[in-house]
Design a protein around this ligand. Structure first.
Ligand code: GUN
Length: 291
């Protein structure tokens, strides 16, 4: 079997087209969706992601504010910035690029974002809604993974899904989304014993460990679906995933490339969350008018 490539660029394009249509619809009501991105320090990877988010916003006719701080920023400075953006009616989404420097309590910053503007879906209210099955913002990367599975007609109900990695950004929410769709979910992580025994049982594997090439050909069964969330930079500067692509491609039924798989989906889902936040805010304003 040779795996079919899951083309994140193509699927992200369909999501962006839908976002653009909704942005145009909002414009008719005088609303321009606005995303504020807070970037601390000068980590090149973070800057690349942030620039890409900003560019995509602008292409889709959305407002995008980049607020930059030096590595030495204090927690109270960041909290003030978040409070100001919480109160800015032109800003519908607030994203604080992670990781933050050591002197900052990441949780305190995330908790300060109004859940209605938390387009990353990291606030405990949104995380709790995901856990309990309510309507909230879903973290962009796991949401993008679900859209990719859907696009390629890969049913997850009753399937063995193995998630490698347990971060709040990817692993945990990805597992919850798969569970919501009635998959049987196993979470694996750095302390998991006999990882290969578990991954070999998987119909669907989400590799989000952040360890280049950690998922090898012998680790999967014939026909498994491999979603590679890893974005690791090789010494030559090229990007590589958590999956040893060349070993897995002949064995898997579907696989995401790196780059061009999950990555483009993350940004597209961020745009979708931001436009949704603007729609929610317009609806609320309209409801308030009629009361
Ligand atoms: N750092 C790595 N991924 C993400 C993400 O999805 N959102 C934010 N805010 N920071 C990140």
């Amino acid at each position: 079997m040779t795996a079919k490539l899951m083309d994140g660029k193509k699927v992200a394009q369909t999501i962006r087209e839908d976002v653009k249509r909704r942005v145009d619809q909002l414009a008719a009501s005088g609303v321009k969706p606005g995303l504020a991105v807070i970037l601390v320090g000068d980590d090149p990877a973070s800057r690349t992601y942030v620039n890409s988010k900003k560019r995509t916003c602008e292409k889709l006719g959305m407002r995008s504010d980049l607020i930059e701080y030096p590595e030495t920023v204090t927690e109270s400075e960041l909290l003030s910035a978040v409070h100001r953006l919480n109160g800015d009616p032109g800003i519908h989404g607030i994203l604080v690029q992670l990781p933050l420097p050591r002197q900052i309590d990441e949780t305190a910053i995330i908790n300060a974002i109004r859940p209605e503007k938390d387009v990353d879906g990291f606030h405990p209210i949104n995380a709790g809604r995901l856990l309990t099955g309510g309507e909230g913002f879903i973290p962009c990367t796991p949401n993008g993974i679900m859209k990719l599975l859907e696009f390629y007609g890969i049913g997850v109900e009753g399937k063995n899904a193995v998630v490698i990695g347990r971060s709040n950004i990817v692993g945990k929410p990805a597992g919850l989304l798969l569970l919501r769709k009635n998959a049987t979910v196993t979470f694996c992580h750095s302390r998991t014993e006999n990882l290969q025994e578990i991954t070999r049982q998987a119909d669907i594997i989400i590799a989000a460990a952040g360890r280049p090439g950690m998922l090898r050909g012998d680790d999967i069964k014939e026909g498994a679906v491999v979603i590679d969330v890893g974005i690791n930079r090789k010494p030559d500067g090229k990007l590589t995933g958590d999956a040893a692509f060349d070993e897995l491609e002949p064995k898997a039924s579907f696989i995401t490339p790196v780059p061009g798989g999950v990555g483009p989906m993350t940004i597209a889902m961020l745009m979708a969350n931001t436009v949704r936040s603007a729609e929610n805010s317009l609806l609320k304003d309209k409801q308030a008018e009629t009361m």
